[in-house]
Design a protein around this ligand. Structure first.
Ligand code: TYD
Ligand code: MG
Length: 449
């Protein structure tokens, strides 16, 4: 006999409770608990009597050679070389960032049957987008549906190589009493899709909306279930988009893909450094160039700072694309170790191009751009700055120094300032670029300004 009970689940982290809570004990978010129905009953596990399918590892077949390559290099690289049949991929990102666009472009660039299931847009809207994207449409099938049982039937009858579910938050299983978007629905729908992927040996790409704070619903639970999690990020008012793998059972999570959003869809950015430095104003104070490592690729970026006197009691600090707390720390280091008075100034910091960087190797460029803006002295536009700044004002060594130097050299920079410790054991002695090692922030600023 089974009876129904109710439990409450946090829609952010999946924490379960028997009574409703205003604030989650686990992730400390407010108002995230939703009601879920659970079936209980005294079912006993039955002993398994079927045949067992145990194999030697040598007898197993790798799915590597069956990968479906999209031809969109930036996407293939992040996936680890293409879609693996039988796998489920979660594509997350803020609403409006371009997930549907990316999915449609990927789908139309493979030469096999694709089923695009949409629960968000009407057929007419899909058609408008497809026309804008100028897609190849011979093998592109569209189904406007949210009932998962119907979707599974469609998959079985069409037998596509790739299925796109746009988005998981709108899908539901009619046999469950919960509404679409709740944790139970999302989890059950995903597990049914995983099952379909494995049984039919097809790839399923699930699109999920993510807010700045995390998933709208069905968060970590989903990430654990699927094979690959890729995240699409960027500022929606900037045209650059970065694709990152957060989890990949079939490849590394180090790679990123860079795209640019245009009138008719996303295009690949093959030489990010050139693109990011394109609009740079050369002779201006507060601008510094740094070499950051994104995934395994070096990218040159412009750090912009604007320091202005503050007329009111509380000076403002605004950081775009850079961690706010890290900025506060660097300002304190500049004040204490280098003697700059910043407490009476507003400081605005911006990573040009709308990228987000959380690598400490750009600290030196951040500090120098602030010092440059404060003193109104221009930094040499042919110099790249790399180094982590410690609390004592010391410059600490960073990883992948060779790659950073090479990229700076490739783009015609004449000098690169790096941590002194990094200059030891530099393999590359042929470089035409001048390399200068520095030990402290004061030394770097004195050299530059
Ligand atoms: P979309 O793929 O619908 O985002 P998501 O599925 O992540 O919610 O794309 C949303 C934005 O992209 C929309 O604001 C318009 C813009 N866009 C373009 O600039 N060019 C295009 O060709 C397309 C299709 C969209
Ligand atoms: Mg969409």
């Amino acid at each position: 006999m089974s009876k129904t009970k109710i439990k409450y689940t946090c829609s952010n982290c999946g924490y379960e409770s028997l009574r409703w809570l205003g604030k989650c004990l686990e992730c400390e978010k407010w108002n995230t608990f939703t009601e879920e129905i659970i079936e209980t009953g005294n079912r006993k596990p039955a002993a398994y009597k079927g045949t067992l399918n145990i194999k030697k590892i040598d007898e197993l077949e790798s799915s590597e050679k069956n990968r479906i390559v999209t031809g969109i290099n930036e996407l293939d690289r992040v996936l680890g070389g293409g879609f693996i049949p039988g796998s489920v991929i979660l594509l997350g990102g803020d609403p409006g960032i371009g997930k549907s666009t990316l999915a449609m472009q990927a789908a139309s660039s493979i030469n096999q049957k694709v089923l695009y299931v949409t629960g968000e847009e009407s057929n007419a809207q899909i058609k408008t987008r497809a026309a804008r994207l100028i897609l190849k449409s011979d093998n592109f099938f569209v189904l406007s549906e949210t009932d998962l049982n119907i979707i599974i039937a469609a998959i079985n009858s069409l037998s596509p190589a790739l299925v796109i579910i746009d988005s998981i938050q709108t899908m539901y299983r009619s046999e469950l009493d919960n509404s679409p978007g709740t944790i139970t629905q999302i989890r059950e729908c995903t597990s049914m899709l995983m099952d379909a992927a494995k049984k039919n040996n097809i790839t399923i790409l699930i699109i999920g909306h993510v807010t700045k704070e995390g998933f709208i619903a069905g968060p970590k639970v989903l990430e654990h279930m699927v094979d690959t999690v890729i995240q699409f990020e960027g500022e929606s008012h900037h045209s650059f988009r970065i694709l990152r793998a957060q989890k990949n059972r079939f490849g590394s999570t180090n790679e990123i893909g860079i795209f640019e959003m245009h009138e008719n869809g996303l295009t690949e950015v093959k030489n990010p450094s050139e693109v990011f430095l394109n609009e740079r104003e050369k002779e201006i104070s507060g601008s510094a160039i740094t070499a950051s490592i994104e995934g395994t690729r070096p990218i040159l970026l412009e750090v912009q700072a604007l320091v202005t006197p503050s007329n009111f009691g509380n000076p403002q600090r605004v950081a775009t694309g850079f961690d706010y707390r890290r900025l506060s720390i660097l300002l304190a280091v500049l004040e204490k170790r280098c003697g700059y008075r910043l407490s009476a100034n507003n400081v605005f910091l911006n990573m040009a191009g709308g990228v987000k960087i959380d690598e400490p190797a750009i600290d030196l460029a951040v500090c120098c751009s602030i010092a440059s803006s404060l003193t109104d002295k221009i930094l040499n536009s042919k110099t790249v700055l790399v180094g982590e700044v410690g609390l004592g004002g010391e410059i600490r060594s960073v990883g992948h120094i060779e790659k950073r130097i090479q990229e700076a050299e490739k783009l015609g920079f004449q000098q690169i300032i790096i941590p002194l410790n990094n200059t030891k054991g530099l393999k590359n002695s042929r470089t035409t670029i001048k390399i200068k090692g520095v030990e402290s922030l004061t030394e770097a600023i004195n050299h530059l300004l």
